[in-house]
Design a protein around this ligand. Structure first.
Ligand SMILES: [Zn+2]
Length: 233
């Protein structure tokens, strides 16, 4: 007959495995991955949207500046018609040339900004298209992780009721030793397989094996001489 401590150990091992599984759920990893994807997507969207706005402001400013220059040029051309002194005319021509140069630079700047804005617009549109898919993946992963955890929690609740019943059937002194051993090793109670302790996987001498078997025949437990675990047959 199996010693009750071994049944307790088996139930504790099962609970340990469930807790380990709960800590390392692939569903949890998938949830982290989908959440990260959503965070990265949101950052990209904000950066791109901000760039579109910046470029819009650059274009507006270039257009305002160009209009100002055009008006200025108009006034200078008017003046040109009334000037007679060659030195003044030369100064005016120089000013007009400088303004035209500045006007042309503004045109180039605006064109470059328009081209970049068009690319950023496309990029933003592409990003916005991904929103539904990314959100759905995240929600689905969240649901799966929650459901996987709930399944394990259900099993753990059942095992904890079983553990309570099993512990009630074990001698108090043995239970205290078992609990202390459990703090050091996950496996506190081991069986003798042949001449080997299946806790530490070391062989016992023939005399030691006989002692363990003697105790077991009287319903008792031994300590493994190698690892100190409770040893049953
Ligand atoms: Zn051992």
């Amino acid at each position: 007959m199996t010693h009750p401590i071994l049944e307790l150990q088996a139930a504790d091992t099962m609970a340990d495995q469930l807790r380990h599984r709960r800590e390392n759920l692939p569903e949890r990893e998938q949830l982290r991955a989908t959440k990260n994807a959503l965070v990265r997507w949101n950052e990209a969207r904000m950066v791109t949207r901000k760039r579109v706005e910046e470029l819009g402001a650059t274009i507006e400013q270039a257009e305002r500046d160009s209009r100002g220059i055009d008006q200025h040029l108009e006034r200078l051309n008017e003046q040109m018609r009334t000037i007679i002194a060659p030195r003044e005319a030369e100064a005016l021509q120089h000013e007009i040339a400088t303004l035209k140069q500045r006007r042309s630079e503004l045109d180039d700047l605006e064109l470059a900004a328009l081209e970049e804005q068009s690319r950023a617009d496309d990029e933003l549109a592409g990003l916005l298209e991904q929103e539904g898919e990314l959100t759905e993946a995240y929600m689905a992963a969240d649901k799966e992780a929650t459901s996987a955890e709930a399944d394990i929690d259900g099993e753990l609740t059942r095992i904890s009721a079983r553990l309570e019943a099993l512990r009630a059937g074990v001698d108090k002194k043995v239970l205290r030793r078992y609990d202390r051993l459990r703090e050091q090793h996950l496996i506190a109670a081991a069986t003798l397989s042949g001449s080997r302790c299946d806790g530490c996987h070391l062989d016992l001498s023939a005399a030691e094996v006989d002692t363990v078997k003697d105790h077991a025949a009287k319903g008792g437990l031994s300590d493994c001489p190698q690892c100190g675990r409770l040893l049953a047959v």
